[in-house]
Design a protein around this ligand. Sequence first.
Ligand code: UDP
Ligand code: MG
Length: 339
Amino acid sequence: MKQTVISVIVPLYNEEQVAYESYTRLKSVMESLHEPYEMIFVNDGSRDATPIILRRICESDPTVHFIDFSRNFGHQTAISAGMDYASGNAVIVIDADLQDPPEVIPELIAKWREGFDVVYGKRAERKGETLFKRVTSAVFYRILKNLSDVDIPVDTGDFRLIDRKVCDALKQVKERNRYVRGLISWLGFRQTGVEYVRDKRFAGDTKYPLHKMLRLAFDGITSFSIKPLKLSSYVGGWISVTGFSYLLVVLFLKLFTSHTVAGWASVMAVSLFFNGIVLMMLGIIGEYIGRIYDEAKGRPLYIIREIVNCSVPDNVVDLTARRPLGGGSDAILHVSSAA
Ligand code: UDP
Ligand code: MG
């Protein structure tokens, strides 16, 4: 068997409307490269026909590997699973909805051949996305850049190529609340970007509703900065200084003038405002504690129901084979009886 040179990972969640089109567009780009390749489609617990379509594709195309999660574990986890199974010298991650055009892949590969270990796609323009999404993501990337000590490039998603050694290094990072693009920046290596125009979705709606976007944003910030925790000390400090100064003013007015302090409404307003701040700070601390809790449980990153056209890598425990649980494994594979 020829050595796989390029692996492409495609995470999918309820993408029945785009799965086949995504496969055919990717396929024609990969064929044009004239090099051994594999495509790894990871079904992240879709509730629609996505897994059926992918299984069909596997039947006719041995270059397609299919990993079927037991439920929705999230986009970042699906990417991580793909990386566990990828065998190529270069590993590419691309969205299924064709917002990241597969035709940019040869450009990523060209940069890799020049000697770069990470080639990320940088969004020069975003088509067909709501103003809300564009503004919130622009703000988020800039906040993250300012808070984090790691240089995470702005306006880049997970569409990127990484070298085998970066993929192997990333597999050693066992964090559960993963922000993959940040982790890749954290790893270092020689990194560069390729600008591209992000198209609008081929079909269907975004699989990133507000709560998932917020979760990803929190994962990004809390994984790469503890500055929000320090915020409470700064804000608390300033509030005490202001409060103390105000107390002095009140005492002065009471002792040396006949002016009385105005009443209840202002006290309520101030009290509500500061209670709000205290609760917000507690919430921030809670976010970090929640993440510590997740890490402490040490559960596997994902559970697989079925794999097709794919061999089990060393770091995955195959329950059906009843191999002993080796240390450091981060995934459990349960091959269904049908497989
Ligand atoms: N996705 C996933 N699991 C999820 C949500 C999304 O695997 O829980 C996949 C989705 O199918 C797509 C990619 O992640 O291939 C990016 O999602 P989407 O295009 O909906 O995000 P957007 O481009 O709107 O930010
Ligand atoms: Mg998309």
